[in-house]
Every structure is written in structure tokens, then in C-alpha cells.
Design a protein around this ligand. Structure first.
Ligand code: SF4
Length: 299
């Protein structure tokens, strides 16, 4: 069997807090990663080429990773006095795939909030198609999240390296990761079913949907399947899912449940009438076990 050469990566940062880079640096098996992938350029670590070297050259590479939001307005974003538009336009032609690392590159993220006309993701501006590129570019893949999970990123790169066959959802996110909801695998599902609220952040008991703004039933991501640092997730430690993988992140009033006539939004894909009827019945049962502390330190 012939040995495959490492796949090559150029990493570019637009408007960003660097969070996706830091998430990636925390990937637990970087040694395995570096046997299969060669990072030609990354702005934050020592790499073979500077950005200037890459721009001066004409070699092609496998993955252009874009971290951060983009803008077509050259006065908003530049690097070393080169308009960012020129940099992106140079590099995108030389890459097999463009990987948008995180929600800012995917949808515009937090930077888009104040200026949605000028700050966008690569092929989406929030929910709308047409970001930096006005059409759906075929070779763009979004790994949304604030930040993205390092496993999602690495898993996607390996899939593309080993086969070009990857199924994407309507927002160009890999289905293998984003067909799940954060709600799937959350340890609080029983509380959700019986409508038992979490009394405060950080507690083990109760569901965070009713009072604490949990977006788990509407957020596509497998955070409760592939845990963070192989250990935990927001909802496991008693903090609400903030919906960070979705096109409309960040919503206003995080940690608050948006209610209409004192009723919370319905979980994804469930009719309001059915949900509120079921919820009313479930809430009428008082299940004593679910009202108690899971671990009672006094007994
Ligand atoms: S805390 Fe959030 S993710 Fe967990 S069961 Fe409740 S709504 Fe679902």
C-alpha cells in the first residue's frame, strides 16, 4: 500500500477572536493529526510559510481554513496593508476545499450583528444565502460553533482526505455532526419530558429550557454525543445551550427563555398545539423523585 502524503492546509483569520484556533490547539491527538496534515501557514503558530510567502507563491493546497467573519469592503479588513479581499481571492482559487471554522466564518457571527450589510460569513449572511461569495460555492463546508469543537473539524478533514463524499445540510454543515441536536444525549432529558425546571445554574437537577434559555432542542450539534475535552458539555454542568452553531447566533438575551404568552418556543419540528397539549399533561404529574436533589448530601 502506498503511503499517502499529508494533506496541506493554509489557515486564514478574518474578523475573529481566535477562539476556533484555540479550540483546535486543544485537540487531544495533534500528533496523529500532524502525521496526516501539514499546516503550511497559520497566523498564530510557527509554520513553514508566512502569509506573505504564500501570497507570493502559486502552489495549490488541499484546505483553505477561514476563521472569522469576512467583508467585501476593503476598508474594514486588511492584513499587512493588503486588502483582505485580495488575500481571500488569491487563496480560494488554489484550495480544493474551503473550511469555515466557526460561526463567524459560516454565518457572520457576533461581528455581523452591528453591520449585517457589510460583514458576513463565506456563503451565508445569517440565514440568507450570499455572504462573501454571492453564490453557493460547491467546495465550501461550514463547521459552525462558537467555537467549533476540535473533533468536528478534524473528523471533517479526515473524511475529505479519505473520500470526497461528505453529506451536507442546507447550511453546508456535515450531516454526520449537525443532524443531531444538543438535546440528544443531554442528561436532563427526563426533566424536559416531565417539565421540571432547573432551579439555578450549576445544579444537576432540572431542565434549563423553561427558565434559563436553553436552545438544545433547536440547536444542531452533537455536543452531548462528542463531549468537550471528552468530559462534559454546557448542559451537563448546568449551563444553557446558547445555540452557537445556528445562523442566528448570538441571539439577544442569552440565558433567558423567550416566551410568548408565558409559553416557551416549541422544540424544532413539533407543532405548537401538540407540544403545548403534551406539556400541559406532563406538567400536571408531580413526580416526587424528580423534585428531589439527585445527590442528597444530608443523607
Ligand atoms: S437542558 Fe437543554 S438540552 Fe438538556 S434536556 Fe433541557 S432543553 Fe434539552
Amino acid at each position: 500500500m502506498t503511503k499517502q502524503n499529508p494533506s496541506t492546509i493554509v489557515w486564514l483569520q478574518g474578523l475573529t477572536c481566535n477562539g476556533n484556533s484555540h479550540s483546535f490547539f486543544n485537540y487531544e491527538k495533534l500528533e496523529v493529526f500532524s502525521k496526516n496534515f501539514h499546516i503550511l501557514h497559520h497566523p498564530q503558530i510557527n509554520t513553514q510559510y508566512s502569509l506573505h510567502d504564500v501570497l507570493e507563491s502559486d502552489f495549490s493546497f488541499d484546505f483553505l481554513v477561514i476563521e472569522g467573519a469576512l467583508s467585501k469592503n476593503p476598508s474594514i479588513l486588511s492584513r499587512f496593508e493588503i486588502p483582505f479581499t485580495k488575500i481571500v481571492d488569491n487563496l480560494e482559487k488554489r484550495a480544493r476545499y474551503i473550511i469555515c471554522a466557526g460561526s463567524c466564518a459560516s454565518f457572520g457571527g457576533i461581528f455581523r450583528l452591528n453591520n449585517p450589510e457589510e460583514i458576513t460569513g463565506a456563503v451565508f449572511n445569517g440565514k440568507k444565502q450570499g455572504g462573501y461569495w454571492s453564490e453557493q460555492k460547491k467546495n465550501v463546508i461550514n463547521i459552525s460553533g462558537c467555537p467549533m469543537h476540535p473533533e468536528w473539524f478534524v473528523q471533517t478533514l479526515f473524511t475529505l482526505r479519505n473520500s470526497s463524499n461528505i453529506l451536507l445540510d442546507e447550511y453546508k454543515r456535515p450531516k454526520e455532526i449537525f443532524s443531531y441536536f444538543v438535546h440528544h444525549g443531554c442528561l436532563r432529558n427526563e426533566y424536559f419530558e416531565w417539565k421540571v425546571d432547573c432551579k439555578d445554574f450549576g445544579l444537576k437537577e432540572g431542565c434549563l429550557f423553561y427558565e434559563h434559555g436553553c436552545q438544545g432542542p433547536m440547536t444542531h450539534a452533537n455536543c452531548n454525543k462528542i463531549l468537550w475535552n471528552k468530559t462534559s458539555s454546557k448542559t451537563r454542568v448546568g449551563s444553557a445551550c446558547l445555540g452557537c452553531t445556528e445562523f442566528d447566533f448570538p441571539k439577544h438575551a442569552l440565558y433567558e427563555t423567550h416566551k410568548n404568552m408565558s409559553l416557551p418556543a416549541t422544540p424544532f419540528g413539533i407543532s405548537k398545539r401538540a407540544y403545548y397539549s403534551l406539556a400541559g399533561i406532563a406538567k400536571s404529574f408531580k413526580i416526587e423523585r424528580l423534585e428531589k436533589r439527585l445527590i442528597d448530601e444530608n443523607n
